[in-house]
Design a binder for this molecule. Sequence first.
Ligand code: DX5
Ligand code: ZN
Length: 229
Amino acid sequence: MNFYRIAPSILAADCARLGEEVSAVAAAGADLIHFDVMDNHYVPNLTFGPMVCAAIKPYAAVPVDVHLMVEPVDDLIVSFAKAGADIITFHPEASRHIDRSLALIRDQGCQAGLVLNPATPPEIIGHVLDRLDMVLLMSVNPGFGGQRFIPHTLEKIRQTRALLDRYQAQSGRRIALEVDGGINADNIADVAAAGADTFVAGSAVFGADDYAQAIGGMRRRLAEVPQAG
Ligand code: DX5
Ligand code: ZN
């Protein structure tokens, strides 16, 4: 497994050819398929449900990373686990009982994560670290692809990395740190240097003519970043 993982978001793919797009991006070197679920309630946009997840699953040679931007979350956790999700993350504001929703994800056999919006403080993860496999920091406000990376996210990545490193020193368990929104070959090295290890990229991958070249370009930038962990 690569230390740094690139997770193309199919939000930017050609939805009329989703299966082909998913196999193409996996063949081009993606580590994860990032699957953005929006409900027009928690966020002002509407995308894919579990049916579409189950439909693309056979085309995904790599794990499917389901990012739930929905409220409430619990019923959909079960549906997406059945539809082949490997990782499920949700926004803490969207669940009445964060600890219970996280436990539910693991009970369904998936890896679990919380997603923090730009204004959500990292400390919110403090009491649920044992339940987390991943933390996802939004570097844009959720709801749309193609937005600009919010620069002060870098500071939040550093703070969150420090918190996760302290936890790793006590527990011996490493929690992945993913960043989502506005990532491209020009800023990915800064995001990695701040402490992220998993990078969602929608338009930067699917907007390119050659997916392998787009992913390869990001990997070359990542190769120059000194690895902390
Ligand atoms: C935004 C989504 C992102 C988005 C990223 O709400 O969670 O995953 O698709 O797209 P880009 O890389 O274009 O910002
Ligand atoms: Zn996302």
